[in-house]
Ligand binder design. Sequence first.
Ligand code: GLN
Length: 491
Amino acid sequence: MTDLISMTIAEARNGLANKSFTSLELTDAHLAAIEAARALNAFVLETPDKARAMARAIDAKIAKGEGGPLAGIPLGIKDLFATKDVRTTACSKILGNFVPPYESTVTSQLWRDGAVMLGKLNNDEFAMGSSNETSCFGPVVNPWRREGSNTSLVPGGSSGGSASAVAALLCMGATATDTGGSIRQPAAFTATVGVKPTYGRCSRWGIVAFASSLDQAGPIARTVRDSAILMRSMAGHDPKDTTSVDRAVPDYEAAIGKSVKGMKIGIPKEYRLDGMPAEVEKLWTEGAAWLKAAGAELVEISLPHTKYALPAYYIVAPAEASSNLARYDGVRYGLRVPGGSIGEMYENTRAEGFGDEVRRRVMIGTYVLSAGYYDAYYLRAQKVRTLIKRDFEDCFAKGVNAILTPATPSAAFGVGEKGGADPVEMYLNDIFTVTVNMAGLPGIAVPAGKDAQGLPLGLQLIGRPFDEETLFSLGEVVEQAAGRFTPERWW
Ligand code: GLN
């Protein structure tokens, strides 16, 4: 019997088309895998009945030759995406048992193309975090462990459930969102592929908003090709999101295997950090050599405002979050904690409904937007953002096609190991990823090697606006050279 869970989406697509198995069989195999992997805490809601109903319906369509590009493929959905009639919480107590009466545009496009929903995936509360430890459902566990150790490691965040589930073969692919690295960092921590598309490429409609000028949906999958397949269904113009761009969606998969000969790849000198682990540095050099061997030309570039990206991000993102989260007032959604007056009810609800990290962001955000501090913090951060964007534009204007960097400054760390005393320790995880959101650019994280303890490490490629195709071509070169990495099953 074919192993139904370790296949790629591309392989499953062929198997379904050849009638080697049905979507119902594929779905059942994944539902069983999910049940056996509850120790990972990747899913916060399993929807087996819905999954089987969707699979049966798509099997009937496949039989009539009507299946779409994702016909019968079982996916996991980050709990930040509104799913009609299926509880959606953003992993926050404040949303309680909120059941949206609508479907996000991105997920509705996946169902339009024939995908099957297995359930909702864990994430950091309101996508704020880099370790999936701020979720009200508790931390997600990384299927990867250090060699010879059984310490639980984080899968990264905020899309930790998505990354963990894809790496542990619980779903063939997953939706995720990236505001400051939340697709790419968990992908790097779990040896999966994560794509953060250009701002405006995917609709944000129906996705719980964190920082609207930075948020972007994208896929996490096990191969570059699979992420390209998912991207095609997720991308597209949506009149319901005024920031979504009206541009044809290319056949991303066609970019796989395209020659990268003559492409100019920038290596930004500012990403070489003091104290960066030697393995990360080595991997980066190795990645550059792989691209060179494939015919690309490597050039050193400078992105001089890089050092301001993290502080500026941690002003802009909380500022927007404080505004977006104002809607959770105990009246419209989920949790309500009564009080003597309406003001007290708001206060009680928000104090009890939001976790520590979310409250911290709301306070920072409110502060940097307040009269007297607005110019000193928020306005200044916005100016820095423009300078960061300009750094990238200058490089692209000089003919650079894409930029190669490490995806994260380290491999996965232990649950409870970071950020306890100082939240900045956690924020430093995002050092290589936030610049991309600040500039609105596309980025991909591809598994590229392992550290001395056997944990996966990823490389990041950053592209020109709306040139995700180049990232898929280059990403596949890295994947071919590095090989693929699967965690040993212990759960
Ligand atoms: N870790 C970053 C933060 O906490 C990014 C999160 C994200 O991309 N959603 O803000």
